[in-house]
Design a protein around this ligand. Structure first.
Ligand SMILES: [Fe+2]
Ligand SMILES: [Fe+2]
Length: 413
């Protein structure tokens, strides 16, 4: 009965119901009331009010405490070491990349993304026929969409890195954090320049990404900002950058991603260092559980909900339903590869900082993420080793696996 009623509704109404259904589904799947309290208001602002898409600046109310120490202690040698490496690893986004490279996003000889990123037969089964040039154009759109989300995520990282530098209690962490702020500023610079001058396209922020950034900006607890930005967003971004690095044939984009990956590997490493001790020794068991539940929900949010609806609205609204688009995107070979690499980076880091106890493993297992449990955490692999394993994976035609990353780490050590 409901299905019949549903099928006679206009597509626009069905799509609206689908969007509300997704939002309610998100709220319903959150089991821990504290997590709901932390994410709920951000969910309303992002998903319902679509605050990121109003065409005006967003002002978040930060509420953390800035932590000063007038004795300037040497309190964390590993962070100090990361700081030294970060100073050595600085690069100039304006001069170290060859911006004179001419980029034609529609040139099939130098594709931004491989043609098998999408399964276009799947789209034909839904009644949408694209010719070769249109397929190429859709790949250009999806690439611009991903890079736009990277850019918005980088703006989030810039602000979060600045907040965390204020809030953190390790003095060596503040030194390190100062370099991360510079890194993130540079990432915003290069992604924006690439989109603006090479792809000539910029998509608005995805609502789910807005929810995560909103939640991090307003949470007063420094470790939640760390967990959200340094572990979850950066960990996933690192996986996403790695997949795109492996798959693109466009030389400027490849070089840009390589440089960003080298920086990001340090950022995630810092997140693991700062949180490992804090979570295992300073939090109560109840506080640790809250963070464990929070990271599971955010992992799901990222796994299930980055569906490029902004591309759907531009291309297919009116021809296929939002639900059909979701089905097409979620099984696209490129997206599956993306998810694989992202979670092979993220899950070991969660394990390493003590947020994958027996209590939640069955939940990770249910959604197919436990297979990444034994992978290499960020403190065991440098950016250079990561690039080496991505190159090795690209040569053998496979996505980077935990094993190949470990092998690269062992070889390079
Ligand atoms: Fe970044
Ligand atoms: Fe970063």
């Amino acid at each position: 009965m409901f299905d019949r009623l549903h099928s006679i509704l206009p597509l626009r109404v069905r799509n609206q119901l689908d969007a509300y259904g997704e939002m309610l589904g998100l709220m319903r799947e959150i089991k821990d009331p504290r997590v709901l309290k932390a994410l709920g208001p951000s969910g309303l602002r992002g998903l319902l009010l679509k605050r990121g898409k109003q065409g005006e600046p967003t002002k978040f109310q930060a509420s953390h405490r800035a932590y000063f120490d007038w004795t300037y202690p040497s309190d964390h040698p590993e962070m100090r070491d990361l700081y030294d490496r970060a100073k050595e690893g600085q690069w100039n986004g304006a001069t170290d990349l060859d911006w004179k490279t001419s980029v034609d996003p529609l040139n099939p000889e130098v594709p931004l993304l491989p043609a098998d990123w999408f399964n276009f037969d799947h789209l034909r089964e839904m009644g949408v026929r694209l010719n070769k040039a249109e397929e190429q154009k859709l790949l250009h759109s999806i690439c611009a969409w991903m890079l736009s989300q990277f850019l918005h995520g980088e703006q989030g990282a810039l602000m979060a890195a600045a907040q965390v530098t204020e809030a953190v209690q390790f003095f060596d962490g503040k030194f390190y954090g100062a370099t991360q702020v510079v890194d993130e500023g540079r990432h915003v610079e290069v992604f924006h320049r690439y989109l603006d001058t090479k792809l000539n396209k910029l998509y608005q922020i995805n609502d789910n990404l807005f929810v995560i950034i909103d939640a991090l900006m307003e949470d007063s607890r420094w470790d939640m900002k760390f967990l959200g930005m340094q572990i979850m967003v950066e960990g996933l971004a690192l996986g996403a950058f790695g997949t795109l690095y492996q798959m693109t044939s466009e030389p400027l984009l490849k070089h840009l991603l390589k440089m960003v990956i080298l920086d990001e590997a340090r950022h995630v490493h810092y997140g693991v260092l700062a949180l490992r001790e804090h979570i295992t020794t300073e939090l109560t068991e109840s506080e640790r559980r809250e963070r464990e539940d929070w990271s599971f929900e955010v992992a799901l949010l990222m796994r299930n909900r980055f569906m490029a609806y902004e591309v759907y609205e531009e291309w297919f609204e009116g021809s296929i339903s939002r639900a059909q688009w979701r089905e097409f995107v979620s099984v696209a070979p490129g997206m599956e590869r993306f998810r694989h690499v992202m979670f092979s980076r993220l899950v070991p880091n969660l394990r390493e900082i003590g947020l994958l106890s027996d209590r939640v493993r069955s939940r990770y297992d249910e959604v197919g993420l436990m297979k990444y449990f034994d992978g290499v955490a960020a403190d065991e692999i440098s950016g250079e080793q990561m690039i080496a394993s991505l190159d090795a994976g690209a040569r053998s035609g496979t996505a980077v696996s935990a094993d190949s990353a470990r092998q690269a780490a062992v070889t390079a050590a």
